[in-house]
Write a protein that binds this ligand. Structure first.
Ligand SMILES: O=c1ccn([C@@H]2O[C@H](COP(=O)(O)O)[C@@H](O)[C@H]2O)c(=O)[nH]1
Length: 293
């Protein structure tokens, strides 16, 4: 029987720590790497990142937008990137932020979570803006195929709070409560996780959001180029750091195109995260590379 995503994620994090390297082939990064802003440039960028970071992080997070901007050829590169990550033993988080009425959500679920689908990933990001219940087809299919979902909760961008912190209980608190219900009893943690930024001004509990009691893993963007650091992750997610996967895109990618420099950057972030979050793999004590904001 297929292991559920929470089990696979926990195993990957136990082996390689909490770092998830984001693959965001921004036009400015392609240029600074000396690559053309074409599907072939995106392909070379993505495969270089995968070769550099395999073995130094638990997962990779390709950002679909940067592939989609190249049309069908870009999507073919995304398919190749997902397959190449799998070949290198890396879990994939496809950051595609899908969400729609249930009947259409079923088709998105097939596309990204269906067995044998060209764009299937180990997990995807989803938006609960059409109501948490509208995500049900994706939740069901993910569970059947041993895949996972990351539901937007409290995103890393400050504007998100205009929507997510409205109401009593807040929208974010309702989403977290719905996820808690779906992962209740799952160990080591659930197959549905939450996206909660490491950039929050206060711990989620102080914002009325009970993440510690929820039992879901958390994907915590915002470290590096958005200004948060490993200590912010430790502070924001105190009491549940073993469940936090930390995606870093530009903060790692700025070290390219040299493959050894990319590897070193991933190792440094991994070490700093291990030191801040307590006792996970990575070489502590190395300085973090400069990142472009
Ligand atoms: O709340 C969110 C949700 C997703 N993201 C995505 O993560 C990366 C962050 O990139 P950095 O270069 O590490 O800042 C990017 O793909 C975002 O779309 C997020 O930042 N915040």
């Amino acid at each position: 029987m297929t292991q559920h995503f929470g089990t696979r994620l926990a195993a990957a994090m136990a082996a390689a720590g909490p770092l998830c390297v984001g693959i965001d082939p921004h036009a400015h990064l392609l240029a600074s790497w000396g690559l053309p802003d074409t599907p072939e440039g995106v392909r070379r960028f993505s495969l270089t990142v995968l070769d550099a970071v395999a073995g130094h992080c638990a997962a990779v997070k390709p950002q679909a937008a940067f592939y989609e901007r190249h049309g069908a050829a870009g999507l073919a590169v995304l398919e190749e990137t997902l397959a190449a990550a799998r070949e290198r033993g890396l879990l994939t988080v496809l950051d595609v932020k899908r969400g729609d009425i249930g009947s259409t959500m079923g088709a998105y679920a097939e596309a990204y979570l269906g067995e044998g689908r060209p764009l299937a990933a180990d997990s995807i990001t989803v938006s609960p803006y059409l109501g948490y219940g509208s995500l049900r087809p994706a939740l069901d299919l993910a569970r059947r195929t041993g895949r996972g979902l990351w539901v937007l909760g409290l995103t890393s961008n400050p504007e998100g709070r205009d929507v997510q912190l409205v109401g009593e209980p807040t929208v974010a608190a309702r989403v977290v409560a719905a996820v808690a219900e779906d992962v209740r009893g799952m160990a080591p943690f659930g197959d549905v996780g939450l996206v909660v930024g490491a950039t929050l001004p206060r711990p989620p509990e102080e914002m009325g959001v009970d993440l510690v009691g929820c039992g879901a893993p958390v994907l915590a963007p915002g470290v590096g180029a958005q200004g948060a650091g490993p200590q912010d992750v430790a502070r924001t997610f105190a009491g549940m750091t073993e469940r936090v996967l930390v995606p870093i895109s530009r903060g790692v990618l700025a070290a390219g195109p040299d493959q050894d420099a990319l590897t070193e950057s991933a190792r440094r972030w991994s070490g700093e995260l291990a030191e801040a979050l307590g006792g996970r793999p990575g070489p502590p004590g190395l300085a973090r590379p400069t990142v472009t904001r």
